[in-house]
Design a protein. Structure first.
Lengths: 203, 408
């Protein structure tokens, strides 16, 4: 079927079908959608795609995505280098930065341990974090992996790996409580117990 | 509790249906394949958000919906009366083209409880039902998975902590089994098992302890119910079997003699954790060789003894059916005890499997229940005095109408 199409269109469909969650049918629909787009808009998309291969590097220190290494956060002398927040993804850094609450540095693992997805500790930037703990003046490591099974597995693995080289370092985990808009009635026992433990002083 | 109103839009063979349910038992009569069972399935879904076991999710949407509607969806709406106060539950299922075309369209379900959006996990326990079907025989005669499904189905409707622990346990198990395979392929290290083992034991022990407790409670209730259904022939006893006491698992048989009394085993979750850990340790070579976890609550079983005979392998069909009925009746009673309110009882074509004596006894054992809804192809098999108190509805070709008595 694809043979009656120009090769460029076939190639586009093949590339789309490699993306996660996209099958051949959706891939062809996306391709034909792009073909019907105004040329200027299609060009903007292709430039955006080129941008992620040509303008993006990993920061050598925190492994966040950036336009240069070190990234602006690592390069900022006003940040507290004694504090390192460990996250799964670059998007997590962005979310934490938006709060304007945190003045330390980051370490991006690029994923979480998940044997089902064939992702083990060696596939993450855990070794790089251990090296940082050895050489940088870090006082506290904040484990901010997702509150999921995989996030917990990752946090535990990171903690053990770091403890093996530094026994004095303070290691903390982000407080977990009730989600906004969640009713106490519907919260499970674990969440409620954690929220009770992590309660804060009023006023 | 009672279901007061049920409305369906594009649900299975129903294009549109609005039903108000009166006090007293409800009989849905009609020929086969007219939509009687679908009505019970809709009520079951209001309680659990899922179709009963064995009914594919995708069949939940009206079969013509794709052709004459802009987008295929189905809606089930119920109004429930409870001790705790009224409740409305709305389930909206839509078909969405999935990411991977191999899987076909995906069914997306949205749940509203009293107009507020809720997750499936939060729906469980709000409205309780017990569904009796002819397949209940499998609880006794079928594979161990059927008996675990019986316990899990009961507990998930009354114990949300159990339900969450079970769902996490299954997630951990899947991850752990994949890790075993990675280790076998030398793509993972045995030391990575520590986290998954810890979680498996933590959630597994909670699941196990609550199953043991429920088994003891069920037995206390079912003994009497079984005697009344069977009318003699030996007392029923229930026994929970932990996989690690099974001599065919691991190299060296169990640490505990099998059949430790339930009362003793139930309270000691610390012992259970130690036993689970020891069993995991013992079976490690087999796990690494086969890439599966052979011990844990996901491999446990339940047995039913009547007069010293194991009903799973040695009961007659009639005896097995009586045990299955006693277990379902006990499920309803235990739910009532735990929730302080009766579940709605749904009987899907179960009376035709029974002789008239047992039919009458089953119905009389359901007298206390707030609401019983049953389906039958032949209302003549119902006891006349019972039928007099019931409301008879006729189901035909996806429509429901009141029964008009013929002139007699
Ligand atoms: Zn950086």
């Amino acid at each position: 079927m694809t043979t009656s199409l120009p090769a460029a269109v076939g190639r586009l469909i093949d590339e789309f079908s490699r993306l996660p969650g996209i099958g051949p049918k959706t891939a062809s629909r996306l391709a034909f959608y792009l073909l019907r787009m105004p040329p200027a808009q299609a060009r903007a998309l292709s430039e955006a795609l080129r941008g992620i291969t040509e303008g993006i590097v990993h920061c050598a220190r925190c492994h966040n995505l950036a336009e240069s290494s070190p990234c602006p956060v690592c390069a900022d002398p006003g940040r507290d280098a004694g504090l390192v927040c460990v996250v799964e993804e670059p998007l997590d850094v962005q979310a934490l930065e938006r709060t304007h609450e945190y003045r330390g540095l980051y370490h991006v693992l690029h994923g979480a341990i998940s044997p089902v997805d064939r992702i083990g500790p060696a596939d993450l930037r855990i070794g790089e974090l251990v090296s940082r703990v050895r050489v940088e003046p870090i006082r506290e490591l904040i484990l901010a992996t997702n509150p999921s099974l995989e996030g917990d597995a990752t946090a535990m693995y990171v903690e053990r790996a770091v403890r093996a080289v530094n026994t004095d370092l303070r290691i903390t985990r982000l407080a977990r409580g009730l989600p906004m808009g969640g009713d106490i009635e519907y919260a499970d026992e674990q969440t409620l117990a954690r929220a009770m433990k992590g309660r804060s002083e009023r006023g | 509790m009672r279901l007061r109103q049920l409305s369906l839009t594009h649900f299975r063979c129903y294009r549109q249906l609005a039903l108000t349910l009166p006090d007293g038992p409800v009989v849905l009569a009609g020929q086969n394949a007219q939509g009687k069972t679908s009505l019970l399935e809709a009520v079951y879904m209001l309680a659990t958000s899922r179709a009963p076991h064995g009914v594919p999710d995708r069949q939940l949407i009206y079969w013509n919906a794709g052709r004459d509607e802009t987008w295929p969806f189905s809606r089930v709406l119920g109004a429930v009366e409870r001790r705790e106060g009224p409740l409305t539950i709305e389930l909206l299922s839509t078909l969405q083209e999935g990411g991977s075309d191999a899987e076909g369209p995906r069914l997306i379900k949205r749940i509203h409880v009293n107009q507020a959006p809720r997750r499936a996990m939060d729906l469980l326990g709000q409205f309780n039902v017990v569904l009796f079907t002819p397949q209940d025989l499998e609880i006794v005669a079928g594979a161990p998975a059927e008996r675990r499904r019986y316990l899990d189905g009961l507990l998930c409707q009354v114990d949300s902590t159990y339900c969450r622990a079970l769902s996490r346990y299954n997630q951990v198990l899947t991850q752990r089994n994949h890790l075993l395979r990675l280790i076998r392929e030398r793509r993972g290290l045995a030391s990575e098992l520590a986290f998954w083992d810890e979680r498996l034991i933590q959630d597994g022990v909670l699941v196990l302890a609550r199953r043991l407790e429920a088994t003891a409670q069920l037995e206390a209730i079912a003994v009497d119910l079984h005697e009344r259904m069977a009318g003699g022939g030996g007392a029923l006893s229930l026994r929970y079997h932990m996989s690690w006491n099974d001599p065919s698992v691991g190299e060296k048989g169990g640490v505990l003699a099998d059949g430790a009394s339930l009362g003793e085993a139930g309270g000691h979750s610390r012992d259970l954790a130690a036993d689970f850990a020891a069993a995991l340790e013992r079976s490690r070579p087999a796990q690494l060789a086969r890439g599966v976890t052979p011990v844990g609550p996901h491999r446990d079983d339940l047995s039913f003894m009547v007069g010293g005979v194991d009903m799973r392998g040695f009961g007659s069909r009639g005896q097995q059916r009586t045990v299955a009925l006693a277990l379902k009746l006990a499920e309803a009673r235990l739910m009532a005890q735990r929730r302080g309110d009766w579940p709605v009882v749904l009987l899907d074509d179960v009376l035709s499997e029974l002789d008239p004596g047992r039919r009458g006894r089953l119905l009389s054992l359901l007298e206390d229940v707030d609401q019983t809804i049953l389906t039958t192809a032949d209302q003549a098999m119902l006891p006349t005095d019972w039928l007099r108190r019931a409301t008879l509805l006729v189901v035909e070709a996806g429509a429901v109408r009141p029964h008009v008595a013929s002139s007699s």
